[in-house]
Ligand binder design. Structure first.
Ligand SMILES: Nc1ncnc2c1ncn2[C@@H]1O[C@H](COP(=O)(O)OP(=O)(O)OP(=O)(O)O)[C@@H](O)[C@H]1O
Ligand SMILES: [Mg+2]
Length: 211
Protein backbone atom coordinates (compact mmCIF):
# COMPACT_ATOMS: atom_id res chain seq x y z
CA UNK A 1 0.00 0.00 0.00
CA UNK A 2 2.89 2.29 0.89
CA UNK A 3 6.50 1.58 0.05
CA UNK A 4 9.20 4.09 0.86
CA UNK A 5 12.77 3.48 -0.27
CA UNK A 6 15.94 5.13 0.99
CA UNK A 7 14.25 8.30 2.22
CA UNK A 8 16.67 10.96 3.26
CA UNK A 9 15.49 14.40 4.23
CA UNK A 10 17.40 17.57 5.02
CA UNK A 11 16.20 20.91 6.25
CA UNK A 12 19.05 23.09 5.05
CA UNK A 13 22.18 21.27 6.18
CA UNK A 14 20.37 19.44 8.91
CA UNK A 15 19.74 15.81 7.91
CA UNK A 16 16.71 14.61 9.88
CA UNK A 17 15.93 11.34 8.04
CA UNK A 18 18.76 8.99 7.12
CA UNK A 19 18.02 6.50 4.35
CA UNK A 20 14.73 5.23 5.77
CA UNK A 21 13.03 2.17 4.24
CA UNK A 22 9.46 1.67 5.30
CA UNK A 23 6.41 -0.17 4.06
CA UNK A 24 2.81 -0.64 5.07
CA UNK A 25 0.46 -3.35 3.83
CA UNK A 26 -3.13 -2.76 2.76
CA UNK A 27 -5.45 -2.64 5.79
CA UNK A 28 -2.55 -2.53 8.23
CA UNK A 29 -2.69 -0.22 11.27
CA UNK A 30 0.81 1.04 11.96
CA UNK A 31 2.07 3.19 14.82
CA UNK A 32 5.32 5.14 14.78
CA UNK A 33 6.69 6.06 18.19
CA UNK A 34 9.81 8.01 19.08
CA UNK A 35 11.14 10.98 20.96
CA UNK A 36 10.33 14.54 20.13
CA UNK A 37 12.44 15.63 17.17
CA UNK A 38 13.19 12.07 16.02
CA UNK A 39 11.52 12.63 12.64
CA UNK A 40 7.98 11.21 12.93
CA UNK A 41 6.15 14.21 11.49
CA UNK A 42 8.73 14.59 8.72
CA UNK A 43 8.30 10.93 7.73
CA UNK A 44 4.51 11.15 7.87
CA UNK A 45 4.56 14.32 5.74
CA UNK A 46 6.67 12.60 3.10
CA UNK A 47 4.60 9.39 3.07
CA UNK A 48 1.41 11.41 2.74
CA UNK A 49 2.73 13.43 -0.25
CA UNK A 50 2.74 16.74 1.66
CA UNK A 51 6.53 16.98 1.62
CA UNK A 52 8.98 15.96 -1.10
CA UNK A 53 11.98 14.05 0.26
CA UNK A 54 15.50 15.26 -0.49
CA UNK A 55 16.36 11.75 -1.67
CA UNK A 56 14.48 8.47 -2.07
CA UNK A 57 11.08 7.47 -3.34
CA UNK A 58 7.57 6.74 -2.11
CA UNK A 59 5.07 4.46 -3.79
CA UNK A 60 1.54 4.88 -2.56
CA UNK A 61 -1.36 2.75 -3.84
CA UNK A 62 0.89 1.58 -6.65
CA UNK A 63 1.95 5.01 -7.90
CA UNK A 64 5.32 6.61 -7.46
CA UNK A 65 4.49 10.00 -5.88
CA UNK A 66 6.82 11.72 -8.35
CA UNK A 67 4.64 10.50 -11.21
CA UNK A 68 1.27 11.52 -9.81
CA UNK A 69 0.13 14.37 -12.02
CA UNK A 70 -2.81 15.79 -10.13
CA UNK A 71 -1.61 15.47 -6.57
CA UNK A 72 -4.56 17.43 -5.10
CA UNK A 73 -7.06 15.07 -6.72
CA UNK A 74 -5.01 12.08 -5.64
CA UNK A 75 -4.99 13.25 -2.02
CA UNK A 76 -8.67 14.13 -1.98
CA UNK A 77 -9.61 10.74 -3.38
CA UNK A 78 -7.27 8.54 -1.43
CA UNK A 79 -5.91 10.13 1.71
CA UNK A 80 -7.40 11.34 5.00
CA UNK A 81 -5.50 13.42 7.54
CA UNK A 82 -5.93 13.77 11.31
CA UNK A 83 -3.73 16.12 13.31
CA UNK A 84 -3.21 16.81 16.98
CA UNK A 85 -4.81 20.20 16.69
CA UNK A 86 -7.92 19.31 14.86
CA UNK A 87 -8.16 22.40 12.62
CA UNK A 88 -11.94 22.50 12.69
CA UNK A 89 -13.35 25.79 11.55
CA UNK A 90 -15.00 27.52 14.48
CA UNK A 91 -17.71 29.32 12.56
CA UNK A 92 -18.92 26.19 10.76
CA UNK A 93 -21.06 23.55 12.47
CA UNK A 94 -19.85 20.00 13.05
CA UNK A 95 -21.76 18.85 9.98
CA UNK A 96 -20.44 21.70 7.83
CA UNK A 97 -16.88 21.02 8.94
CA UNK A 98 -17.19 17.37 7.96
CA UNK A 99 -18.79 18.00 4.58
CA UNK A 100 -16.75 21.06 3.60
CA UNK A 101 -14.36 19.28 1.26
CA UNK A 102 -16.06 16.02 0.39
CA UNK A 103 -17.26 14.71 -2.92
CA UNK A 104 -21.01 14.84 -3.46
CA UNK A 105 -21.42 11.11 -3.75
CA UNK A 106 -20.16 10.64 -0.19
CA UNK A 107 -22.63 12.99 1.47
CA UNK A 108 -25.28 10.33 1.94
CA UNK A 109 -23.12 8.30 4.34
CA UNK A 110 -22.42 11.15 6.75
CA UNK A 111 -25.36 10.66 9.12
CA UNK A 112 -24.53 7.02 9.79
CA UNK A 113 -20.87 7.90 10.18
CA UNK A 114 -21.77 10.46 12.87
CA UNK A 115 -23.93 7.87 14.56
CA UNK A 116 -21.14 5.29 14.61
CA UNK A 117 -18.73 7.80 16.08
CA UNK A 118 -21.25 8.75 18.75
CA UNK A 119 -21.44 12.40 17.72
CA UNK A 120 -24.78 12.50 15.94
CA UNK A 121 -26.32 14.81 18.51
CA UNK A 122 -23.52 17.32 17.88
CA UNK A 123 -24.53 17.76 14.24
CA UNK A 124 -25.48 21.44 14.54
CA UNK A 125 -23.08 22.53 17.26
CA UNK A 126 -20.00 24.63 16.69
CA UNK A 127 -16.51 23.30 17.56
CA UNK A 128 -16.22 25.67 20.54
CA UNK A 129 -19.42 24.17 21.98
CA UNK A 130 -18.07 20.60 22.24
CA UNK A 131 -15.31 18.87 24.23
CA UNK A 132 -11.77 18.11 23.05
CA UNK A 133 -12.50 14.39 22.70
CA UNK A 134 -15.65 15.15 20.73
CA UNK A 135 -13.71 17.52 18.47
CA UNK A 136 -11.19 14.81 17.79
CA UNK A 137 -14.02 12.43 16.86
CA UNK A 138 -15.29 15.09 14.47
CA UNK A 139 -11.79 15.25 12.98
CA UNK A 140 -11.90 11.45 12.52
CA UNK A 141 -15.32 11.75 10.86
CA UNK A 142 -13.93 14.39 8.54
CA UNK A 143 -10.97 12.18 7.63
CA UNK A 144 -13.28 9.20 7.01
CA UNK A 145 -15.98 11.13 5.17
CA UNK A 146 -14.38 10.90 1.75
CA UNK A 147 -13.87 7.16 2.13
CA UNK A 148 -10.06 7.34 1.90
CA UNK A 149 -7.86 4.30 1.33
CA UNK A 150 -5.24 5.57 3.75
CA UNK A 151 -5.37 7.75 6.87
CA UNK A 152 -2.35 9.56 8.25
CA UNK A 153 -2.71 10.70 11.84
CA UNK A 154 -0.08 12.81 13.58
CA UNK A 155 -0.51 12.71 17.36
CA UNK A 156 -4.27 12.30 16.99
CA UNK A 157 -4.72 12.01 20.75
CA UNK A 158 -1.90 14.33 21.75
CA UNK A 159 -4.01 16.89 23.57
CA UNK A 160 -6.45 14.48 25.23
CA UNK A 161 -6.41 12.84 28.64
CA UNK A 162 -5.74 9.10 28.76
CA UNK A 163 -9.40 8.08 28.92
CA UNK A 164 -10.37 10.13 25.88
CA UNK A 165 -7.19 9.10 24.05
CA UNK A 166 -8.24 5.49 24.50
CA UNK A 167 -11.75 6.20 23.22
CA UNK A 168 -10.54 8.15 20.18
CA UNK A 169 -7.84 5.62 19.32
CA UNK A 170 -10.25 2.69 19.61
CA UNK A 171 -12.80 4.40 17.39
CA UNK A 172 -10.15 5.12 14.79
CA UNK A 173 -9.01 1.50 14.84
CA UNK A 174 -12.53 0.09 14.71
CA UNK A 175 -13.56 2.30 11.79
CA UNK A 176 -10.34 1.56 9.91
CA UNK A 177 -10.69 -2.21 10.29
CA UNK A 178 -14.33 -2.14 9.31
CA UNK A 179 -13.66 -0.18 6.12
CA UNK A 180 -10.29 -1.79 5.32
CA UNK A 181 -8.50 1.53 5.62
CA UNK A 182 -4.73 1.55 6.02
CA UNK A 183 -3.64 3.78 8.93
CA UNK A 184 -0.28 5.28 9.87
CA UNK A 185 -0.25 7.00 13.26
CA UNK A 186 2.60 8.94 14.83
CA UNK A 187 2.29 9.08 18.60
CA UNK A 188 4.28 9.69 21.77
CA UNK A 189 1.95 7.40 23.59
CA UNK A 190 3.25 3.86 23.79
CA UNK A 191 0.07 2.65 25.50
CA UNK A 192 -1.89 3.75 22.43
CA UNK A 193 0.69 2.42 20.02
CA UNK A 194 0.23 -1.05 21.52
CA UNK A 195 -3.20 -1.15 19.88
CA UNK A 196 -1.57 -1.08 16.44
CA UNK A 197 -0.82 -4.14 14.29
CA UNK A 198 2.80 -3.08 13.95
CA UNK A 199 4.92 -0.59 15.92
CA UNK A 200 8.00 1.16 14.57
CA UNK A 201 10.35 3.40 16.47
CA UNK A 202 12.03 6.50 15.10
CA UNK A 203 15.32 7.28 16.64
CA UNK A 204 17.24 10.33 15.50
CA UNK A 205 16.15 9.93 11.88
CA UNK A 206 16.44 6.14 11.76
CA UNK A 207 13.53 3.70 11.87
CA UNK A 208 13.42 0.22 13.37
CA UNK A 209 10.90 -2.34 14.55
CA UNK A 210 9.78 -1.68 18.06
CA UNK A 211 10.07 -4.60 20.43
N1 LIG B 1 10.37 22.95 8.60
C1 LIG B 1 11.46 22.64 9.27
N2 LIG B 1 12.61 23.35 9.12
C2 LIG B 1 13.74 23.00 9.78
N3 LIG B 1 13.84 21.96 10.62
C3 LIG B 1 12.73 21.23 10.82
C4 LIG B 1 11.49 21.52 10.16
N4 LIG B 1 10.58 20.61 10.56
C5 LIG B 1 11.20 19.80 11.43
N5 LIG B 1 12.49 20.15 11.57
C6 LIG B 1 13.49 19.44 12.40
O1 LIG B 1 13.53 18.10 11.99
C7 LIG B 1 13.68 17.21 13.09
C8 LIG B 1 12.52 16.20 13.08
O2 LIG B 1 11.32 16.90 13.35
P1 LIG B 1 9.90 16.21 13.37
O3 LIG B 1 8.89 17.28 13.45
O4 LIG B 1 9.82 15.27 12.23
O5 LIG B 1 10.00 15.39 14.74
P2 LIG B 1 8.86 14.59 15.52
O6 LIG B 1 9.39 13.23 15.79
O7 LIG B 1 7.57 14.71 14.80
O8 LIG B 1 8.79 15.40 16.91
P3 LIG B 1 7.52 15.64 17.87
O9 LIG B 1 7.33 14.35 18.61
O10 LIG B 1 7.99 16.73 18.78
O11 LIG B 1 6.35 16.03 17.03
C9 LIG B 1 13.74 18.10 14.32
O12 LIG B 1 15.09 18.27 14.64
C10 LIG B 1 13.12 19.40 13.86
O13 LIG B 1 13.68 20.49 14.56
MG1 LIG C 1 5.71 15.57 15.29
Amino acid sequence: MIKAKALTHRFGNDEVLHCVDFSVAEGEFVAIVGESGSGKTTLLSILSTLLTPTEGSVKIIGDDTQNIKKIDDFRRKNVGFIFQFHYLINYLTVYENITLAIDKEHKTGIESLLEELGIKELHDRYPYEISGGQRQRVAIARALANRPKIIFADEPTGNLDSKNSQIVFNILKKMAKKNNITVVVATHDLQQAKNADTIYEMNDGHISNYN
